[in-house]
Design a protein around this ligand. Structure first.
Ligand code: FUB
Ligand code: ZN
Length: 670
């Protein structure tokens, strides 16, 4: 049995918390990112994204004026990422940025699509249409569209699938084009995406004479399934399946391009073995969860049990051994990768924002493949913590890396921590994360509910409304939610009387079974797979759920050595952290007193109502004599301790009050 997400046009979000975030994305983030893509924010790193499309379009145009198809120069390798000294040094006809710079526009237009789907805006649409004209003008007559090779030389196109992201850019182009088409009905970008996908489908496959490779950075797989869903054109589904089935075959395709890889298992690209045999999440974390999302899509469409089983094992590998409490994944900056099981360092954590977003994609697909609330729990965890932490409250600066412990001086001076920024950045040369957050928040409507023929699943308790047709009758469901501050949720169901409508209400794992349901007495209820299934609606009904939001003290598994002797605090799905702004420096000295007594304080310090937590703690110092008195070491003679109150704030709000120490895990008194 499987379920499916709802089209975002069917979901109206009315939520207090999320509506404000979505309005921010619409009014501030999307316009800001458009300025960035056009290099019009001098104090932010330059993007060159639109510059590249314009450069490629100009080359194309010139060729047409000369009556010939554009012939790219012979390929010159200029580097994986090339930036001019200054913006003024940028040449009109050169490519700048990372090889995958095109994808930043594709993510942006995807976010614009979702936004227009729910909030029509003629000015934004006009800007987007003009941008699409530029992008389409860059496409070669044969359908190829990747400005890196169009500008630098087509003769090397598809010769470095491992690193050069042409198929990744196709994936993002498809995602953006489909979202824009579904919102506006305009198919110019969609046709460009289809033409590029057709070009790729002619070139790749198992047949003789075709390239037997697959994307070095996954996403194309899930994007092609999406294109198939829209167009029902078999070749897109086949190409996606081919990419998934081909990965990991021996010899590794990438060895042909990079002979130094011979004989080395290719964990980084998840190409170390065929995907159905993979059981441990390994390699580059974003690549991994994008692949697993594509695999789950394929399992959903094909009913392939071995693929479903691989997805479940990979899911378990992540959730049971490689997941930060914040919903972040990818512990090490070395290769932006998963580390070995239980290796979850706090102060060198990578936990890329894109990886948490990819985990949300994977979770939603797993939920559809294997309807169980455990997937929604993780989706919610990633959303309320790492994903939200990725963006500042004003929507104009971002985290790429999401550590769980920060000492600002260490980020500057310790080479092992230089990937960590103690404050959000206005943009990045490699800017994968900011527009990824934008597209996720603007598509939130896809994550709240899911359905099968008669059942509507509520997966995230986000205030919203939808209508489901059951046996020809429209059933309206409205959710009002106090999350993340309060656990009170009410769900009104109208029009269900006399239908076979079933409402499946998720029971979040964080309640640990402490919840109350009222208003469902006249219904037939059954608890299964982490949901209460309510049926037998005889009249309009309002069901109230009261989820226990008492803050909980959480300890990591003993195998996580980094967290030994420490605890973290969660309230509902929200993870808390201590900041220097509330507690002063040297957070390492603080020990929470047991039994832990937590007080909640409402604050509006962060622009909207939030809950701060306060716990009794002590600042513990080791006492002893130093000889000489300046010595780094002393003879240990015992502890001195001072009673303090430790204040904690939601992790997603950290670093909005300037630079300072932060820690999710805090020592606890034994
Ligand atoms: O390679 C494209 C994107 O850039 C990846 O997903 C991120 O991890 C960053 O490396
Ligand atoms: Zn990223």
């Amino acid at each position: 049995m499987s379920i499916r997400p709802l089209d975002i046009k069917r979901v109206t979000i009315t939520d207090g918390f999320w509506s404000a975030k979505r309005a921010l994305v619409r009014k501030e983030v999307i316009p800001y990112q458009w300025e960035i893509l056009n290099d019009r924010i001098p104090e932010a790193e330059a993007s060159y994204c639109m510059h590249n499309f314009k450069a490629a379009a100009a080359l194309n145009k010139r060729a047409v004026e000369q009556g010939s198809a554009y012939e790219a120069p012979k390929f010159t390798y200029r580097g994986f990422a090339v930036f001019p000294e200054t913006r003024e040094d940028a040449k009109d006809d050169e490519f700048y940025g990372f090889v995958f710079q095109d994808s930043d526009f594709y993510k942006w237009i995807e976010a614009v699509g979702y936004t227009l789907a729910t909030n029509p805006d003629s000015l934004l649409e006009e800007t987007a249409d003009k941008a699409i004209d530029i992008v389409c003008a860059a496409q070669l007559p044969n359908g190829y569209l990747d400005t890196y090779y169009i500008i630098n030389g087509m003769d090397r196109s598809f010769t470095d699938l491992r690193d050069h992201h042409e198929l990744y850019c196709l994936g993002h182009l498809i995602e953006g084009a489909v979202a824009y088409y579904e919102a506006t009905g305009k198919d110019k970008l969609l046709n460009a995406a289809k033409r590029y996908a057709d070009y790729v489908s002619d070139k790749f496959g198992t047949e003789e004479g075709k390239i037997h490779g697959y994307p070095g950075h996954e996403i194309t797989e899930m994007a092609l399934f999406r294109l198939y869903d829209l167009t029902h054109e078999e070749r897109y589904r086949k190409l996606a399946e081919y990419f998934i089935d081909e990965r990991g075959k021996s010899p590794n395709y990438f060895e042909g391009e990079h002979p130094d890889m011979k004989g080395k298992p290719d964990y980084y690209h998840q190409a170390h073995m065929p995907v159905r045999q993979q059981t441990e999440a390994v390699g580059h974390a974003v690549r991994a969860v994008y692949l697993y999302s594509g695999m789950a899509d394929m399992a959903l469409k094909s009913g392939d049990a071995s693929l479903k089983s691989a997805c479940q094992k990979l899911w378990n590998s992540i959730v049971n051994t490689k997941l930060y409490i914040t919903g972040g994944i990818g512990a090490t900056h070395l290769g932006e990768s998963f580390s070995f099981p239980y290796d979850l360092p706090n102060d060198t954590a990578y936990s890329e924002t894109c990886a948490a977003i990819g985990l949300v994609f994977f979770a939603r697909r797993m939920l559809c493949l294997d309807p169980d609330s455990k997937y929604a729990d993780i989706m919610e965890l990633a959303l309320y913590n790492t994903v939200l932490a990725g963006m500042a409250l004003d929507g104009k600066s971002f985290f790429y890396v999401n550590p769980l412990e920060v000492i600002p001086e260490a980020c500057e001076k310790d080479e092992r921590k230089m990937h960590i920024k103690p404050v959000r950045q206005k943009w990045f040369g490699c800017a994968c994360c900011p527009p990824n957050i934008t597209r996720l928040i603007s598509s939130l409507g896809q994550y709240i509910f899911a359905e099968d023929q008669n059942t509507l699943y509520t997966n995230l308790y986000i205030g919203s409304e939808t209508v489901k047709n059951v046996g020809g009758k429209n059933v309206k469901v409205s959710v009002m939610s106090g999350l993340p501050n309060s656990g009170n949720v009410s769900i009104s169901v109208t029009g269900a009387a006399g239908t076979d409508f079933v409402l499946a209400l998720r029971l979040p794992a964080w309640t640990a079974g402490n919840y109350k349901v009222t208003g469902a007495d006249d219904l037939i209820t059954e608890i299964r797979n982490g949901y209460i299934f309510c049926s037998g609606f005889a009249a309009d009904t309002c069901i109230c759920l009261e989820f226990d939001m008492t803050a909980k003290v959480i300890a990591a598994d003993e195998k996580v050595s980094e967290d030994a002797g420490k605890v973290a605090i969660m309230r509902g799905p929200v993870v808390y952290c201590a900041e220097e702004a509330d507690n002063g420096p040297a957070l390492r000295e603080i020990r929470i007193k047991t039994p832990v007594n937590i007080t909640e304080n409402v604050t509006d310090e962060f622009g909207a109502e939030a809950i701060k937590l306060v716990v009794k703690a002590s600042r513990v110092k080791m006492e002893g004599s130093k000889i000489p008195s300046t010595s780094l070491y002393k003879t240990f003679e015992g502890f001195s301790s001072e009673d303090v109150y430790l204040t904690l704030i939601p992790y997603h709000l950290w670093a909005n009050r300037g630079e300072g120490e932060m820690s999710v895990y805090v020592g606890v008194e034994w």
